[in-house]
Write a new protein. Sequence first.
Length: 210
Amino acid sequence: MFEDLKIVKKRDPAAKNYLQIILFYPGYQAIYWHRIAHFFYKIKLFFLSFFIMTTVRFFTGIEIHPAAKIGRRVFIDHGMGVVIGETAVIGDDVTLYQGVTLGGTGKETGKRHPTIQNNVVIGAGAKILGSFVVGNNVNIGANAVVLSNVPENSTVVGIPGRIVKMNGEKIKEGILNLDHINLPDPLTVKLRLMEEEIEKLKNTYNKEKK
């Protein structure tokens, strides 16, 4: 839990001291109480675990099922509207922004929520829906909707989520890109290239016409 405190201090420049984080950071509070509720869930004290997390949801706006598995140094920034489902698994050094959903689809049983591996950043409002794996060192852009596996060292943007590379290179392991709103959109890039090509053809046609 002290690791959780330190990672908030490291990643959020607005965090002045540990007392501020403990008292006023809902993301840290939700993770703190989830670790306790998850322990009670594992020893089959279900009522107590659900009571704790329902209270946490009421005060923080963050909904985490007590059965969800959350790794070390996970940071929920702001956090309002974050939903983490029952069979979701989150690895180490993951950052979630407000409005993120790790949800399921349909009424299937068993593993129905995503597995998020290590060093992943999930931008504000992103929805990761279904039982699949988001690999290590992945960046998911704000408001992206991810519905299938995401390979390691990649970036996902758009609806539905499309995989893009950062400058044609893999994201270096262990380095988090927290700029989750200024990620490349391959569709926008393609349209821009098409517009440039059309403009060149028009100019060529006009010159030949003269």
